[in-house]
Design a protein around this ligand. Structure first.
Ligand SMILES: [Zn+2]
Length: 269
């Protein structure tokens, strides 16, 4: 079987680990300081993630999660405990509940697809061993390396980015990805809330050179935050009309897209 991990050193004592399986692609990041190491996100449940990161850093490893979705928390149990925003506690509860995940898959994929991917769905909906969930602090001190937590609600209420000013890196989870950001889930916040978060990241732009997201290409292309801001502004002021696509609405601007719930109207902001 093909190994699901692709490791890349992206800065001094900093690695990206791309995880690719039959049904998932995503990125987690390992940041090492003088005393501790921090793993950002834990993807889906991938056996061996803990061993892999322990091979990269001998320091004690803390796990911090950008948001409570199942494809970011799946391997958290391998670390025993993990930090996640308290604002995502409800999301976390749902996404660790096999019955909820099953219903979500049934909603997103037609029955024929569910039949074809039955084995994968079984894997995705297997109950996870327990994890101790801790509230995110304002920052992590790794020993000569401080990682700040930047609250960026939108994709979920408790979504955060992690800023490493010393190395000029921003880790954005699903708040900014190259291809699109999803606001159409029940826990998605309105575009105006997401726009505030994007403006917060824009205001910090002089503090980072690269954005490392939770999925797809990394680092993100230049000016991606500006294009998201333009897209979110367009949705809010009516300049961009979201188009219907199955269970959601999709607003497009240049190379990116923002999804919205089907029931969303411009009056909702
Ligand atoms: Zn997500």
């Amino acid at each position: 079987m093909k190994k699901p991990f692709r490791i890349k050193k992206i800065a001094d004592k900093t690695w990206s680990i791309e995880i690719k399986t039959a049904y998932f692609q995503g990125l987690v990041y390992l940041l090492e300081g003088g005393e501790k190491a921090l793993l950002i996100d834990s993807a889906v449940n991938i056996p061996g993630l803990r061993e892999l990161v322990s091979g990269l850093s001998k320091k004690p490893i803390e796990l911090a999660i950008t948001h409570g979705h199942l494809d970011h928390i799946g391997s958290a149990h391998q670390f025993g405990r993990a930090y996640v925003s308290e604002a995502d506690s409800e999301v976390l509860q749902r996404h660790t509940d096999p019955a909820f995940v099953k219903a979500m898959i049934a909603d997103e994929f037609p029955p024929i697809m569910q039949k074809i991917f039955a084995k994968i769905i079984k894997e995705m909906t297997a109950p996870l061993p327990p994890t101790e969930w801790l509230p995110l602090p304002e920052s992590f001190e790794l020993g000569g390396r401080k990682i700040e937590v930047i609250k960026t609600p939108g994709h979920t209420p408790g979504s955060v980015c992690f800023l490493d000013r010393g190395n000029r890196l921003l880790f954005s989870g699903d708040t900014v990805c190259d291809w699109g950001v999803l606001l159409h889930f029940p826990e998605g916040r309105p575009p105006a809330v997401f726009l505030d978060s994007l403006r917060k990241l824009k205001a910090l732009e002089s503090e980072y050179d690269f954005i490392y997201p939770g999925h797809h290409g990394a680092p993100s292309g230049q000016g991606v935050a500006d294009r998201y801001i333009a897209c979110a502004e367009g949705i809010i002021n009516g300049g961009i009309k979201p188009k219907s696509d199955k269970s959601k609405l999709v607003a497009r601007y240049k190379d990116i897209r923002i999804t919205l719930p089907k029931r969303w109207t411009a009056n909702d902001r």
